[in-house]
Design a protein around this ligand. Structure first.
Ligand code: T5A
Length: 206
């Protein structure tokens, strides 16, 4: 039986997920909650190795099916080793990306069959689903500009604009279809304003 709460941060490239993770952690800790932060793909030594494979630019073409199954392989390991034990102990888990990213990138971006992703979600995760998802949304150009300034681009960041537009549209559609869980934050604003919006959502949940 789960005791802690599971919160995820989602959005396209460079919208500010990592930057805001520690801000949210602090907000929750101020309420006396125990919080762990983690990320996907990754979050355990084994899953971080899978992350490396997924993000590194490769000599050969990586098939969409390989990519999808590796995302869920890393997720299975992450859930068993980190997320489930933490929730059972009563910690709140704050995760940088989760399955909404798979629907957005592999489903929307790559055009893979959503039913396959739904099947994997049911069978790999069972009841591990976020209680709250903060979707940081910004026009692609803004996020990519921020990501570009940070340095070398990974395998996903080298995709074309059209791919990222599909990713963004899929995130927004999922938010529209599930407004109870997914709250959209305007991430194109200054960091102060983004964090004020985040704080309002988090306080409402608390
Ligand atoms: N993926 C992942 C899939 O395809 N399927 C899946 O199922 C999953 C889980 C993971 C990649 O894997 C793909 C998606 C991704 O391509 P990642 O590194 O986790 O890669 O994801 P990225 O989006 O690439 O992470 P980034 O670190 O690039 O983006 P963040 O975390 O959103 O942005 P952040 O916080 O690093 O900020 C970027 C820069 O902008 C500044 C920050 O200081 C930083 O320099 N910034 C702002 N500047 C101005 N105003 C603001 N409001 C700002 N907010 C942040």
């Amino acid at each position: 039986m789960k005791k802690g709460k599971f919160i995820t941060l989602e959005g396209g490239e460079g919208v500010g997920k990592s930057t805001n993770l520690s801000f949210i952690k602090q907000l929750l800790e101020e309420q006396g909650l125990t919080v762990i932060t983690t990320r996907e793909p990754g979050g355990t030594v084994f899953a971080e190795n899978i992350r490396q494979l997924l993000l590194q630019n490769q000599q050969e073409v990586v098939s969409e099916t390989t990519e999808l199954l590796l995302m869920f392989a890393a997720r299975a390991q992450h859930i068993e080793q980190v997320i489930k034990p933490a929730l059972l102990q009563g910690s709140w888990v704050l995760c940088d990306r989760f399955t909404d990213s798979t629907f957005a990138y592999q489903g929307g971006g790559r055009g893979m069959d959503t039913r396959v992703i739904e099947w994997l979600e049911e069978n790999v995760q069972a009841d591990i689903k976020p209680e709250l998802t903060l979707l940081l949304d910004a026009p692609i150009a803004i996020g990519m500009d921020r990501a570009n300034k940070r340095g070398e681009l990974d395998r996903f960041e080298l995709e074309k604009n059209e791919f990222f537009e599909k990713v963004r549209a899929t995130f927004l559609l999922r938010a529209a279809n599930n407004p109870r869980v997914i709250k959209t934050i305007n991430a194109a604003q200054t960091l102060d304003k983004v964090q004020a919006e985040i704080a309002t959502v988090i306080k409402a949940v608390l």
